[in-house]
Design a protein around this ligand. Structure first.
Ligand code: FEO
Length: 395
């Protein structure tokens, strides 16, 4: 097992089998469920792993402590990808004392039917393990109500739960200094936008609580242990939770026969010619919403378009707009377009989405096309692309 520092060990597992995290989000590179073990006078486990991996998890633990007992299990987060092994672990280690906050224990009862007489901690409480001291910081709604983080104050290690986590299994190395991290940065943005994205304000509150705290290692529940890149990952989470974006444009469209797609291509070319360097186009029916959400978090401009379908909005676009709206994003520039064969509705519906749920700054004039791209409609699309470019580039 990898020793992170000073008898703090990684005992997590990799999941390369699951296709969709939470049944929703693709895992092309897998995901890790990280847990940590502190080998001290009192042995302390920080979080568990998804129950499918329990056998591997126990082997990892025994590789570090052999037949010794575990004194404490700190539960930073109750979502079952981390608490899933809790009930089985209690059978292997019946004397283990569970450490959580007031909200944790109700969830343990609810999920696992365990009436736990554990150690209930409040914000700022500490537990001594011997050479290590754990300090608990409550961080509610990052992204569940019971979430907390645990700071080991001797070695300056933060056990951060899902915060600072990312998609991607660990291919041998565990600590960022042991591995090439290039593949993790976009996966961190995708993870944040998909899983945590709605909770920008609680993430900001959590970051404020950790301000000024010396951190030498951040041990999240997914992805690498951060050591060399601590400043970078804190900065990524800080910017994302403030909904700060780069200059760039996401154009996302639905299309049945390619006509609406042609509008998107014209808009993209006009925006590019007017100076926007980061332009990404997605067919909403082809690219999973997970990746589109990621880029809506990355870039400040968003233009969406879709055909009218069953006298309403093309279903896939409806779903995407709902997912964006559910994340309470701020500070985006928004343009839209649409098409119809015999009765126009899509443009009106997208406008309603923005007025009622998204509340983004409208840019340019929405373009509505009947049946196919005429020179007039093409000019309107070019105008929409240029209007967005002017806003984005400040020209
Ligand atoms: Fe990785 Fe919120 O569970």
């Amino acid at each position: 097992m990898t020793e992170i520092t000073n008898k703090i060990y990684y005992v997590g597992v990799n999941d390369r089998n699951k296709n969709l995290f939470e049944g929703l989000w693709p895992l092309p590179n897998g995901v890790s469920y990280n847990a940590y073990l502190i080998d001290d006078e009192k042995v302390c486990l920080i979080d568990t792993v998804e129950v499918d991996f329990f056998t591997q998890f126990i082997e990892n633990i025994r590789e570090v402590i052999g037949d010794r007992k575990i004194d404490y299990l700190v539960v930073n987060h109750m979502e079952p990808d981390h608490s899933g092994s809790l009930a089985l672990l209690k059978k292997y280690y019946p004397e283990i004392q569970i450490v959580g906050n007031k909200k944790t224990f109700g969830m343990i009862q609810g999920f696992y039917g365990i009436e736990e007489d554990g150690i209930e901690v409040k914000n700022g409480d500490s537990i001594e393990l011997g050479a290590h001291t754990l300090n608990f910081v409550l961080t509610p709604m990052v992204h569940w109500p019971e979430t907390m983080v645990t700071l080991e104050t001797t070695s300056h290690v933060l056990f951060s739960g899902d915060a600072f986590g990312c998609f991607g299994a660990l291919n041998g190395g565990v600590i960022d200094s042991q591995i090439n991290c290039d593949g993790f940065w976009l996966e961190m943005v995708r993870y944040y936008s998909n899983i945590v994205g709605k909770y920008g304000t609680p993430v900001q509150n959590a970051l404020k609580k950790l301000e000024g705290v010396q951190l030498d290692y951040i041990c999240a529940t997914h992805g690498p242990v951060w050591h060399d890149y601590i400043n970078k990952v804190v900065d990524i989470y800080d910017r994302l939770s403030r909904y700060e974006a780069e200059e760039g444009l996401v154009i996302c469209y639905g299309t049945m026969y390619g006509n609406t797609e042609r509008m998107a291509e014209v808009i993209a070319r006009a925006a590019s010619q007017a100076g926007v360097k980061n332009v990404v186009l997605y067919n909403v029916s082809k690219t999973h919403h997970s990746y589109i959400l990621r880029d809506v978090f990355r870039y400040r401009g968003l233009i969406v378009g879709a055909p009218t379908y069953n006298t309403g909005l093309y279903h896939e676009m409806d779903v995407l707009l709902s997912e964006i709206a559910n994340r309470d994003m701020k500070g985006r520039l928004f343009g839209w377009f649409g098409s119809y064969g015999w009765a126009g509705k899509a443009v009106e519906k997208i406008g309603e989405w923005n007025e009622q749920r998204l509340h983004f700054e409208p840019v340019g004039t929405p373009v509505e096309m009947k049946q196919s791209l005429t020179p007039e409609v093409k000019a309107q699309c070019e105008e929409l692309g240029r209007a967005m470019a002017e806003k984005l580039c400040g020209k």
